[in-house]
Design a protein around this ligand. Structure first.
Ligand code: M6R
Length: 614
């Protein structure tokens, strides 16, 4: 959740750390801070409550000088949003500073133990315990890495840490315990960068080392010593990252979300590119090795995901069951391991995760593996934990997604699911001939159709003008568009703070219909598919009770348009690809309403982009 940046080299550390944090602010934005090892031999810190601009303003007034620095943007877990609780945290003697992402589950008992020894605390956080523990060890060993190793033996829970110390002012020590979000080390020319997410340092280097669970690195400006937490040396594997740094910038757009919605035709094209032979109607997912025999033996896929990615999984179920004839279950990452999931041999657990670092999804993957399932993932971030722990993966190719509300990663993951359904369907011998040809031809047309939808924005701003003051919205859909109703409602609530519910339209009469009145707009996804007529009659049921309907219909569908009060249009495609096109208007509608309400679109309150705590 929290963003971490570190720098060691020949340049001034604080401005580089601050710039890195600015690229990570989507991770957490309750408070922020920087600590620098000052030339005079002490650690100096600056912290501020609220967004980074407050920290930046303080640093402008009182710049921090030094060539080694660490910084943090916080998403509060232990302790309120105060300056005292902002990271970095220092040991009592000011010899150690730490920034931390994760949760220390046994911090209360450790705190009591340290207090009994006379250690005084200045914050309510779990993190400060680690600074104090490391400082206590340092007094004995004099070596930062050894002290971190000893301290982490006492820690329970998943966390990533970055430390500096006055005792060894030529190094940063980085350590990881469990799946609390990634840590990457970026290699520059006589300088080294550390970050919780690649975009923070992409401008400076593309040579990246991923720190794995239970690893520790002693980072100097010109060398890295990687080892296990128990001290066994390891050879670092250096990965070349191909992301374009400009892709992580806002450019001329007002918001990242706006840019990312508009980018979807490109993201869809990139996700299809190189994976489909349009002449032979073949799909080949290179990073998902699967023989025909394995595909035929596959008995079940269990999709695990959270939030928007979970909604993608629900659409994926529809695609995979129809096109590949494989049974699919979809589960929340946060629920999966707490029930008794029945997965095993000839089963696949498929994680869908933009960040590849969502702790609940990672835990569900671990549970799947423990039970003997094969692990696949659909991820946007190459090198993320989910991708690295999978037996096979499919990249989204959405490019860096910075807006906290997921948009382009959702539609890119739907394209991946469709490709998977096509590959599996052909391998299993259930998708062939004309049906396969049509499925591939529809995919070829998709980027251009998505371009048409993404370009049209005026209507959503008009609708926003009419509806932005409403307190409640209901979203209805059926079949593969039921998850799109859920996703439309999630987008609206997370960025506008308007209460919105997504519902399967056929279930309305079993309860929610009681809510219908003129004050609650009903967004009905009613493009033409197998349940189109049913959707039309559900729109009529809403109208009969005095409801206001905003219908999402296929271009030229006069019947549906005539039933609704307001209309949004998309071009026609197949029922399997319609959810992708239908998503875009709902994203634009939420965006327009949020902007009209003056909401903080890219960094909605209480949220963070990668949810790395349980
Ligand atoms: O990185 P992931 O796809 O695993 O993230 C899952 C959810 O946290 C994420 O989709 C969240 O729901 C977004 N804020 C939705 O816009």
């Amino acid at each position: 959740m929290c963003g971490i940046v570190g720098y060691i080299g020949t340049q001034a550390a604080a401005p580089l750390v601050l710039a890195g944090l600015q690229r990570l602010e989507y991770r957490g934005y309750d408070s922020a801070g920087i600590a620098v090892l000052h030339e005079a031999g002490e650690i100096v810190t600056e912290r501020a409550v609220g967004k980074l601009l407050y920290l930046a303003a303080r640093l402008e007034l009182a710049p921090l000088s030094g060539h080694i620095g660490i910084g943090h943007t916080r998403w509060a877990t232990h302790g309120g949003v105060t300056e005292e609780n902002a990271h970095p945290h220092l040991g009592m003697n000011g010899e150690v500073a730490v920034v931390h992402n994760g949760i220390i589950e046994n911090y209360a008992s450790l705190r009591r133990e340290l207090q009994a020894e006379g250690v005084t605390f200045t914050s309510e956080t779990d993190t400060e315990v680690v600074a104090q523990l490391v400082e206590r060890e340092l007094a004995q060993s004099g070596d930062l890495a050894a002290s971190v190793r000893a301290a982490l033996l006492r820690i329970e829970g998943a966390s990533s840490f970055v430390f500096i110390s006055t005792r060894q002012p030529d190094r940063i020590v980085v350590a990881r315990l469990g799946n609390a979000g990634g840590i990457v080390i970026g290699l520059g020319d006589r300088e080294t960068f550390i970050a919780s997410d690649i975009p923070a340092i992409l401008k400076h280097t593309r040579k990246i080392i991923f720190l794995e669970n239970r690893q520790l690195a002693v980072v100097r400006s010109d060398k890295i010593a990687l080892s296990t937490l128990s001290g066994a040396p390891l050879e670092p594997e250096i990965h070349a990252i191909s992301w374009d740094p400009v892709a992580a910038e806002k450019g001329a757009y007002r918001h990242f979300m706006q840019k990312e919605i508009a980018e979807q035709p490109r993201a869809i094209t990139d996700t299809i590119r190189g994976r489909v032979n349009f002449s032979s109607n073949r799909v080949h997912l290179e990073t998902l090795p699967l023989t025909v025999a394995e595909a035929r033996e596959l008995e079940k896929i269990t999709i695990v995901a959270c939030g928007t990615s979970y909604h993608a999984g629900l659409v994926g179920k529809f695609m995979l069951e129809n096109l590949a004839e494989v049974p699919v279950e979809v589960d929340y990452g946060s629920e999966f391991r707490y029930r008794r999931p029945l997965v095993g041999k000839n089963n696949v657990v498929l994680a869908i995760t933009q960040s590849g670092e969502t702790v609940d999804t990672l835990a569900a993957m671990e549970e799947g593996k423990r039970q003997g399932a094969k692990l696949w993932s659909i991820v946007n971030v190459l090198g993320s934990q989910a991708q690295r722990s999978s037996d096979g993966y499919i990249l989204m190719h959405a490019g860096p997604e910075i807006g906290v509300a997921s948009t382009k990663a959702f539609t890119a993951s739907l394209v991946d699911l469709y490709l998977l359904a096509l590959q599996l369907g052909t391998q299993r011998g259930v998708l062939q001939g004309e049906r396969l040809e049509e499925a591939i031809a529809a995919l070829a047309r998709l980027p251009q159709l998505a371009g048409q939808v993404a370009e049209e924005v005026e209507i959503y701003h008009r609708l926003a003008e009419i509806f932005y003051t409403r307190d409640h919205f209901l979203y209805l859909g059926r079949g593969p568009n039921y998850p799109i109703a859920l996703e439309g409602a999630l987008k609206l609530k997370e960025i506008s703070y308007i209460h919105a519910e997504g519902y399967p339209a056929g279930e309305m009469k079993h309860g929610p219909i009681a809510l219908i009145d003129r004050m609650m707009p009903v967004v009905a996804v009613a493009t033409r598919d197998g349940v189109y007529e049913k959707m039309i009659s559900q729109i009529e049921q809403v109208k009969a009770r005095g409801g206001i309907v905003i219908a999402l219909v296929e271009q030229g569908d006069e019947l549906a348009a005539a039933k609704a009060d307001y209309v949004m249009e998309v071009p026609g495609t197949t029922p399997f690809l319609a959810p992708i096109l239908n998503t875009i208007p709902l994203q634009w509608l939420s965006y327009a309403i949020a902007v009209r309400r003056g909401a903080d679109v890219d960094q909605p309150r209480n949220l963070a982009k990668s949810v790395t705590v349980e």
